[in-house]
Design a protein around this ligand. Structure first.
Ligand code: B3K
Ligand code: ZN
Length: 872
């Protein structure tokens, strides 16, 4: 199919004044009656045909301005209903029938257990009725839901509840009205037998908002944390940006079958239950934190996404990058900004950098797509957030806030573009961001090569910074970017040096944001009494790879003394990365012993004096497989995984006593509470446990089993289970966990994943067996994610097995799942994106596998696009 191109954008030929929907809900056959009032837009020349999007709909009837139309009056295609041009205000009544129960793609109207619900972003509304399904058509909606009262006591839609009543046949109805004009992708309904918990929130201007969380009755006791998160997010957005909620009710609903994490439908946010349910017994600290982040993310969309929406789907990062930026800041305020920053940077570098270096690389604002649902990517979300963070770095808190306020007030009620967002930022700060806009258009991860020169006689310190960016698909050549580079210089004792550039009269501050615009930029600092240690890219001030010659001593100094948490982490991480890459490159040669300076630095993290255990836990972790993989060519992934494992074991042996001691000290028996301090201590404690599990001593075995048995919370229990899973003595515990949680799919997912990631030689055989487990279901994205996707993405050792069994498994599952849920199959198909960096023999196997998938009949457009890009 021909791709959709950003530059082909044309304003809509018809706008919509209002939409009135009636749903006669039935899991097998739901009738949808839609009255749409349309207004033609072209005053110049001829009016255009009235084209309404629609997919997989049974059309029952069409009336145009009250007159019933026959098949001769319109054209009905596979993806549109086209009527002749209309000159004036047009009232269209369309009746369609859809089959929610048969809809396993989980887009449009579908069933999750006994609940009926919709997912419309990006193009699900066209699977409900014929409509101009594009984000720049904003309309006011009313929605009447009619359903059996027994089966569907709760009937929800956007906006405020207006009216309700009973019908003589046992059905009841509820009418909802949403006063805020919205694009169709923000429409939603939920119908089911659900309970709720609630609280109220008083906005800054004194309005009371009912905040409710709906879920299955049995899940309600686990929803209190999400309800609290919603209120925290509401308060945060008022405090930070002066943005208040705008309806009388704010409703969150959790469902078990959902393609993504959640969806920001106006006033009716719908969540994958994974991001709504959390209690100490069933959820880990990371799960609790994820609930905070995802709830806040959807809430923040109310202004950045809903009140101001996107002109077209190419502008997706306008709302997603911004909502991610806002949820990261929110989470940073909850758990400590430094720790949050390191976690966010780590995720970006492991996932987005890989995406940007592979066959699916695309700009933050893509230029073309075949399937927009494939563009909810790390790049659009996470790199998009980094681009916005750079604006914050350039303008500071106040300047950024001014820019955001201007953007929101100027475009409230509109469908906007990335250009308009950046224009508001520029205008509010009197800045020229023309060059900065390239961050939106240019794919690939830029590289900064930094060359430091210290001149002792002149007491100057010079940084020569060269920027470049590797070619990406369809973008062979790149232009220089506008890059903020945050720097400080440390003296040999780790103290910051006052900064004065040679052309300045006096020093100002000890931390600066330097701005790069040219391919090569030189900064010379004056009055530098001794060779300093540079602390560069502080806070990860730009999403780049930085190469800088630092000695091991300098890295250790930064890791110990820098006051920037990112630089502390990065210095050690860089050191460990070099070490591991060196060991991999050395092949079979006996590795040099670990340098004592490094093991001492790691040991220091385990001492009681370490001020931030959460950061220490992050610093203690070895670089992930994907980070190392991304730095190599012609990789043998099995050998790389083995280097990682062997180094972990060696570290555990070297640091045995300090690891045990740190674990003992932090295992303080206090009852579980989820907060930043306690979860940080648990992270460090369990980091120690995970290293120790590499060793086969009776002491370690006892420790693991004791923690598993005595844990009063899932964080500690899962840590012990994970550590035991690769060991000979782990089987009993694995079995116990599976039995204990067999009624609880979200917890069983953790168990599936432990099996999927296991280093054991029979990991794939066990994954296959678990696909027959009564709780596993190929129609549930969480189950598939926990077992099949986890194996293909997170078990490099077994996925890349030399006999090709992992690749064959992936291909078989992609084809099977594609018929069930193309979005899930397309996600899984991404497991082959890394093939260009594999060794020649695996490369060949992957290419052959991709060809087989590509050549299969009836492949969905979603999966075709991913596989097609990968095999070019
Ligand atoms: N905006 C939704 C994305 C839904 C896309 C489904 N294919 C979730 C979010 O980012 O908030
Ligand atoms: Zn979002």
């Amino acid at each position: 199919p021909a791709p959709v191109r950003r530059l082909d954008y044309r304003p809509p030929a018809y706008l919509v004044e209002s939409v009135d929907l009636t749903f006669e809900l039935d899991p097998a056959r739901t009738r949808v009656t839609a009255r749409t009032v349309l207004l033609p837009q072209r005053t110049d020349g001829e009016a255009e045909p009235l084209r309404l999007d629609g997919r997989d709909l049974a059309l029952e009837s069409v009336r145009l301005n009250g007159r019933e139309l026959g098949p001769g009056d319109y054209t009905l295609g596979a993806d549109a209903l086209v009527l002749p041009p209309q000159a004036g205000r047009t009232v269209l009544d369309v009746v369609t029938v859809v089959e929610p129960k048969a809809n396993t793609a989980l887009t449009g109207l579908y069933a999750s257990g006994g609940t009926l619900l919709t997912q419309c972003e990006p193009e699900g509304f066209r699977r409900i009725t014929y409509y101009p399904d594009r984000p720049d058509v904003l309309a006011v909606y009313t929605c009447r839901l009619v359903a059996d009262e027994e089966e569907f006591p709760v009937l929800l839609s956007n906006g405020d509840r207006r009216d309700s009543g009973r019908l003589p046949d046992g059905r009841h109805w509820v009418t909802w009205a949403d006063p805020h004009p919205k694009p169709s992708y923000l429409f939603a309904l939920v119908a089911g037998r659900l309970g709720h918990i609630e609280d109220s929130y008083r906005t800054r201007s004194g309005r009371d908002v009912q905040v409710r969380v709906y879920a299955r009755e049995g899940a309600l006791p686990r929803c209190a944390h999400a309800l609290g998160a919603a209120k925290r997010a509401m308060a945060w957005d008022e405090e930070r940006f002066g943005l208040e909620y705008d309806l009388d009710t704010y409703t969150l609903v959790g469902v078990d079958d959902f393609n993504m994490g959640a969806m920001e439908n106006k006033g009716l946010n719908i969540f994958n239950s994974l991001y709504l349910e959390a209690d100490p017994e069933t959820a880990t600290d990371d799960d609790f934190a994820a609930v905070d982040t995802v709830v806040a993310h959807e809430y923040f969309h109310n202004w950045t996404g809903n009140r101001v929406t996107c002109r077209d789907m190419f502008q997706l990062s306008l709302k997603e990058g911004l909502a991610v930026y806002r949820d990261e800041r929110f989470s940073g305020d909850l758990r400590g900004p430094g720790v949050q920053r390191v976690r966010d940077v780590r995720a970006l570098r492991e996932r987005q950098f890989a995406e940007d270096a592979g066959p699916q690389a695309h700009p933050v604002r893509p230029d073309e797509y075949q399937e927009i649902s494939n563009f909810y990517t790390w790049t659009v979300y996470k790199k998009g957030s980094e681009v916005i963070r750079m604006l914050h770095t350039l303008f500071g808190e106040e300047g950024f806030r001014r820019g955001l306020r201007l953007y929101v007030s100027r475009h409230d009620g509109q469908a906007a573009t990335c250009d308009q967002f950046v224009a508001a930022m520029a205008e509010a700060n009197g800045a020229d961001l023309t060059q900065f806009m390239r961050w939106y258009g240019q794919a690939g991860t830029p590289v900064l090569d930094v060359e430091p020169v210290y001149d002792a006689a002149a007491r100057t310190y010079t940084l020569v910074v060269r920027q470049s960016c590797p070619p990406t698909p369809k973008q062979p050549a790149k232009e220089p970017l506008h890059v903020p580079l945050a720097v400080a210089l440390l003296d040999p004792d780790g103290r910051r040096v006052p900064l004065r550039l040679t052309h300045e009269d006096a020093p100002s501050g000890t931390e600066r944001v330097l701005e790069l615009r040219q391919p090569v930029t030189t900064f010379t600092f004056a009055d530098v009494p001794a060779r300093p240690v540079p602390s560069l890219l502080r806070g990860f001030s730009a999403p780049v790879r930085m190469r800088m010659p630092l000695t091991s001593e300098e890295r250790i100094l930064l890791a110990a003394h820098d006051d920037d948490p990112f630089v502390r982490w990065e210095s050690l991480h860089g050191y460990l990365t070099e070490l591991l890459l060196g060991r991999y490159r050395a092949g079979d040669a006996e590795p040099a012993p670990l340098p004592p300076a490094l093991t001492d630095a790691l040991a220091r993290l385990l001492r009681p004096e370490e001020p931030e255990p959460a950061l220490a836990a992050l610093m203690l972790e070895l670089p992930g497989f994907d980070t190392l993989f991304g730095a190599l060519d012609e990789v043998d992934p099995v050998r790389l995984a083995e280097v990682l494992r062997a180094t972990r074991e060696e570290l555990a042996r070297t640091l045995y006593e300090p690891l045990l001691e740190c674990h003992r000290r932090l295992d303080d028996g206090r009852p579980y509470v989820f907060d930043a301090e306690r979860s940080g201590r648990r992270a460090l404690k369990n980091g120690c446990l995970s290293y120790l599990a590499e060793l086969d001593t009776p002491e370690v075995a006892a420790l693991l089993h004791r923690q598993y048995e005595r844990a009063d919370n899932m964080t500690d229990r899962l840590a012990a289970l994970t550590a035991l899973a690769d060991r000979g003595d782990g089987d009993g515990v694995l079995e116990e966990f599976g039995r204990r949680w067999r009624e609880h799919p979200l917890v069983l997912d953790k168990w599936f994943t432990v099996h999927a990631r296991s280093r054991r030689p029979d990991a794939l055989a066990r994954v296959r067996r678990l696909m027959d487990h009564p709780v596993f279901s190929e129609t549930n994205p969480n189950r598939v994610g926990a077992l099949i996707i986890a194996f293909c993405f997170e078990n490099p050792l077994r996925f890349h097995a030399a006999d090709g069994s992992g690749y064959a498994f992936a291909a078989e599952q992609i084809l099977r799942l594609d018929a069930v849920n193309p979005a899930v199959a397309a996600r899984l198909a991404g497991c082959f994106n890394s093939w260009p960096s594999l060794d020649p023999s695996r490369r060949e196997t992957v290419l052959r596998t991709l060809q087989v998938i590509e050549g299969s009949e009836g492949l969905s457009p979603e999966t075709s696009e991913i596989v097609g890009n990968a095999s070019v």
